[in-house]
Structures are given as structure tokens and as C-alpha cells.
Ligand binder design. Structure first.
Ligand SMILES: Cc1cc2nc3c(=O)[nH]c(=O)nc-3n(C[C@H](O)[C@H](O)[C@H](O)COP(=O)(O)OP(=O)(O)OC[C@H]3O[C@@H](n4cnc5c(N)ncnc54)[C@H](O)[C@@H]3O)c2cc1C
Length: 413
């Protein structure tokens, strides 16, 4: 069975790894180096239990702030509002309680065992040192601030997440001695993990594809090739490649290759930023998330990474340095003593987001031969390994136990 995977981000790579292991002849195509895009710069959190969608009941109240407050965790510049509006409309509509439950069920089914799925790949590649299982810690200033998120925590707990409350700064400092900010409540999730170098992680998975006989070529896909009503290959600047199945795993860029087939998918980039501090001079044992703007302060093997913020602005507009500066504010609110010596500019990436917080996974019914694996939003690192395992089985058999129905492209009509 010949399979082409378009996109060598962490999702395409983990899928390519499973397909190669399961006996397919795999070719991964990307105009860039494996894992060089969004997958290189994320916060490294492996958050299997994060089943709460971004749009929770009450989200409508936060929309005015998104539009008017440039410091808000999620900001939509006014110039982008007309483009964002249809997406935002669907986003707010997806906050209905029944839809929220359905999303949590689907995410729970997909992400369940994400740590084990990552371990499976990394163990086979001799790179288990890339992940840590020291949990994650959310920091709240007080109970009132926590109360705003109580609904999402309850949903996560219903889906099996174990959390421990740390009352008072001294309880927080027992886990994270260098925290100095005014945080009085910690929410510790012992069973979540993290990756200490997402770029190296992607490279390791890519090497695993080659080790198992797959190929990776640095060629961007210009178009899908059609044979009648079937997709049977791709065109790159170097030529044409045919395959039994083609998987679109180009992250936030995926909609561009679907448009010529007449398929419209509400895929938006939620642009996120990070700053790296090579010598912060503080001890951080696990990803810390101050609840104010939900930035992630993550220890990496190359320094301390502060990652987060959500900005709408599309795939082509230049970055907004101010959004990255906010991350330094987030850092200082927890660690006023942190040193920014050697600060290495900032990085921006594109979270591929669908309005209902679910990725698009599975076959495209109108175009046999074409499969999708994109739209993991804020959870693409987490979801990459379980997605690879699930889709490889759906494509090559035996059929997986997890239903792909909630992830179907056709849910958007
Ligand atoms: C600031 C930030 C922090 C984050 N933190 C976390 C976190 O802690 N945990 C977590 O789970 N997730 C996190 N995420 C989300 C996660 O990084 C993404 O969901 C994930 O990287 C998406 O992976 P992907 O493979 O779908 O897309 P990408 O990494 O974007 O890969 C897509 C690839 O497709 C290629 N491509 C595009 N067009 C074509 C084409 N025409 N032909 C061939 N190739 C093409 C691109 O070059 C790219 O390499 C974060 C994201 C950001 C921005």
C-alpha cells in the first residue's frame, strides 16, 4: 500500500511513523525540514486530559474583550474581524452544553493514553529522554479566579483527570520553590507530561520513518492529482507522485489544498508566540501555567520557554512583536527574579483550529483516496501520537475501536 503524507509537522510525522511500522510504503512531503514549522515552537505540554473545548458556555461574554483589549489572552485585531466573524460565529455556537459534552467525549477518546502513545514511538527510537512525566501546574491568584475555569476543570475531572489542589503559596513552592508571584492556589495535574524539545522530538520521529523504510522529501505539494472522482497522487515542483492514499496533514495550511476540490473547511490559524530564555537562572520542574493569560512556562533542554497567547491574523500577515512581549509579563508575574539575559528574539507559529476544537481526521467521502489529519489546534503535540496510531489502523486495518465520526470533514456540511 503506497501512502503519501503531505506535511512533516508532528502530526504528519507521527502518522508516517505508524504507517511505516504497519507496513505501508510511506512518502512524506514538505517544503521545509521535518518539524520546522509550528511543531517546533510549541510549549511541549502533553495534555492527554485536556478535553475541555476552547469555547465553553459563557464564551460570548469574552468576545468584546477579544476585540478591544490587545492584552487579552485571545486577541482579534479589528482589521481581521470581518474575516474572523464567520469562524467566531461557529465557535460561539459550539459552546452549547450538548456540543461541549460531545467534543469532550471525542477528545477524550482520541487523547486517552497520549503519553503512552508518545512513549511507544520514542522508546522504539531510543529517545525516551525527550519526555518528562512530572505533571503540569496551573497557578491561580485566588479562588475567584479559579471559579471562572471551574466548568472546564469539572469536565476534565469527569473524563478521568486527576487533579490536586495546592492551597497557598507555600504549598505551590513545595513543588516549585522559585515561584515568587502572588498566586494562592495551585492546580497540579500529576499525570500529564511534557516534551523538553519539540523540534528534536519531530526529528527523532522523522528518523524513525526513514529507519522503517519510509521516505521524506523536501518538496512542497502544489496540488492534489485527480483521476476521475478519486485522488491518486500529488504534484510538487519536482514532479508527480502516485499513491493508493494521500493524507493531508499540512496543519493550518491544509485548507489551501482542499479549495481546488471545492471543499471549504473553517480552518483558522490561532497564531501563538514563544520567547526562549537560555539562562533564566531559576528552577522550573514542569510546565507552569499562570491562569491570567494561560501562557505556558516550560522547561526545555535549551532553556526556559514561555509560550502562548492567541492572535487571529491569518497565515500571511507579519508577526506582532507586542504579543511576544506579553509573554515576558506573564513570566515576570510568576518569576519576577528571572533573568532575560541572552533572550533570543521571539517565534510565531500557527495553531490549526476548527471552531468546535476537534481536528479533522479520516477519509474524505466525496474524494476516495484522500484522507485528512489536521486541525489539532492547541493540542497538536499531544494529539499527534494517538492520531498516528488511530489513523494508521483506520487506513490499513484492522479497524480501530475509536469512531472517526466526530472528526469527519463532512460535519461542516
Ligand atoms: C505557541 C504555541 C504553543 C503550543 N503549545 C502546545 C502544547 O504545549 N501542547 C500541544 O499539544 N500543542 C501545542 N501547540 C499546538 C501544536 O504546536 C500544533 O497543534 C501542532 O504543531 C500542529 O502540528 P501539525 O503537524 O498539524 O502542523 P505543523 O507543525 O504546522 O506542520 C504542518 C507542516 O505542513 C507543511 N506544509 C504546509 N503546506 C504544505 C504543502 N503544500 N506541501 C507540503 N507540506 C506543506 C508545513 O511546512 C509544516 O511543516 C502550541 C502551538 C503554539 C503556536
Amino acid at each position: 500500500m503506497k501512502v503519501i503524507v503531505i506535511g512533516a509537522g508532528v502530526v504528519g510525522l507521527c502518522l508516517g511513523w505508524h504507517l511505516a511500522r504497519d507496513g505501508a510504503e510511506v512518502l512524506v512531503l514538505d517544503g521545509d525540514e521535518p518539524g520546522a514549522g509550528t511543531s517546533s515552537g510549541n510549549a511541549g505540554a502533553i495534555s492527554a486530559g485536556s478535553v475541555a473545548p476552547l469555547a465553553m458556555p459563557g464564551v460570548l461574554k469574552t468576545v468584546p474583550g477579544m476585540l478591544t483589549d490587545p492584552k487579552a489572552a485571545l486577541h482579534i485585531p479589528l482589521r481581521y474581524w470581518p474575516r474572523a466573524f464567520p469562524w467566531l460565529w461557529r465557535f460561539v455556537a459550539s459552546a452549547r452544553p450538548a456540543q461541549v459534552q460531545a467534543t469532550a467525549n471525542a477528545l477524550g477518546a482520541l487523547m486517552f493514553g497520549a503519553m503512552e502513545r508518545h512513549r511507544e514511538i520514542l522508546a522504539a527510537e531510543g529517545a525516551l529522554d525527550l519526555i518528562r512525566e512530572t505533571g503540569q501546574l496551573y497557578l491561580y491568584r485566588n479562588r475567584a479566579q479559579y471559579q471562572k475555569d471551574a466548568g472546564s476543570w469539572a469536565l476534565r475531572q469527569q473524563h478521568g483527570m486527576r487533579i490536586e489542589f495546592l492551597e497557598g503559596l507555600s504549598a505551590i513552592q513545595a513543588l516549585e520553590p522559585d515561584v515568587r508571584g502572588d498566586y494562592q492556589l495551585g492546580v497540579f495535574i500529576p499525570e500529564q507530561g511534557s516534551c523538553i524539545n519539540p523540534r528534536r522530538h519531530a526529528q527523532v520521529v522523522a528518523a524513525g520513518i526513514l529507519r522503517q523504510g519510509g521516505q521524506i522529501r523536501r518538496e512542497p505539494v502544489e496540488a492534489l492529482l485527480l483521476e476521475g472522482q478519486r485522488v491518486d497522487g500529488v504534484r510538487t515542483p519536482a514532479g508527480e507522485y502516485r499513491a493508493d492514499m494521500v493524507v493531508l496533514a499540512a496543519g493550518a495550511f491544509s485548507a489551501r489544498l482542499l479549495a481546488p476540490l471545492g471543499i471549504k473547511v473553517p480552518l483558522e490559524s490561532q497564531r501563538g508566540y514563544h520567547v526562549m530564555l537560555p539562562a533564566a537562572g531559576i528552577q522550573v520542574n514542569r510546565p507552569l501555567i499562570p491562569a491570567d493569560r494561560k501562557a505556558f512556562i516550560s522547561p526545555m533542554e535549551t532553556g526556559l520557554r514561555v509560550a502562548g497567547t492567541v492572535e487571529f491574523g491569518g497565515l500571511d500577515a507579519p508577526p506582532t512583536p507586542y504579543r511576544a512581549e506579553l509573554l515576558l509579563e506573564d513570566l515576570r508575574s510568576v518569576f519576577p527574579q528571572a533573568s532575560t539575559e541572552g533572550l533570543q528574539g521571539f517565534w510565531m507559529g500557527h495553531r490549526p483550529c476548527l471552531p468546535d476544537s476537534l481536528p479533522v481526521l479520516g477519509p474524505v467521502k466525496a474524494w476516495p483516496g484522500l484522507w485528512c489529519a489536521f486541525g489539532h489546534g492547541h493540542l497538536g503535540l499531544t494529539g499527534a501520537a494517538p492520531t498516528g496510531a488511530l489513523l494508521s489502523r483506520a487506513m490499513l486495518g484492522p479497524a480501530p475501536n475509536t469512531s472517526l465520526a466526530p472528526f469527519a470533514l463532512e460535519r461542516f456540511g
